[in-house]
Design a protein around this ligand. Sequence first.
Ligand code: PAF
Length: 316
Amino acid sequence: MTDHWSILGAGALGCLWAASLRESGRPCTLILREQRLQEITGHTTHLEPELQLVEANRRQRFTISITDRHHITAPIQHLIVTTKAKDTQQAVHDIAPMLTDNAIILLLQNGMGSQETANSLLKKCIVWAGTTTDGAWKEPTDSAYPAQWTVHHAGHGQTWIGALSPEQPLLPSSLAKLATVKRLSIHPCDDIEQRLWLKLAINGSINGLTAIHQCRNGELLTCPERWQQVNALCEETTQLLLRLNIGGDINLQAITREVLQRTANNYSSTLQDVSNGRKTELSFINGFLLNKARQLGMNLPSHQALMEQLKQRGIQ
Ligand code: PAF
């Protein structure tokens, strides 16, 4: 039987995963916020939600089932959580009563900290976490078509998934089957925590700076002064990773340079949040690094200064 996945969080990543599942002929349901569903159902009686997936010049259209947590009709067995890190605790808390025992949950958040909190709220479930380098952005919803979402797959990446608790290392078959979703390159791994740390370390040197300088990722590389700032952040993060015994002898500067080159034309997720008036995830990125450092009695002056500068500009 084909697994029916529910996706909690209809941002760019949630829409990309929903569209990718539909493209591979799999059923899935987007779980929206109550207010969002009300706006849609209040606006039109002929409700045929549609998800459009755009890549280069190709546009595909998929029908999609939508609901909110109050209208879920059957217990959820398979759930992908794509909410922002800052919204995840509340979202998981609210959805928990609708989950079956041993439900399979995949958490896909930027940064760190939110996965641990979510895991502690999902004791009866099998919880995996993932990290992705896929690039996606969502068009603002057109008020004339409230039940239509358009997501752009801006760059194909890799997604690594792994069990959050060491006592649950076996790959559930429904997650194994996700690896056959054509569009997404999903790889199970047994070192997800290391991979989450690496992504966090990279984002910690890019995202906040792009918000300060209001620039594309590549402009951190081409401007010497900004590149120096990236290096200072990388250097401090490397010291922290060494103290935590994470990442072996990785060269964070070199990896970050490679990411900036590959995503040169992209606006980081943080800058997109700022431009759209949303709260950023920086407290789960640089904030998380600073907390870890504090626990170890370490100072990260560049990260500290970056967070202060962001605060002064009203960026949270
Ligand atoms: O958060 C993001 O936008 C991405 O992780 C990254 C690596 C900065 C590329 O845009």
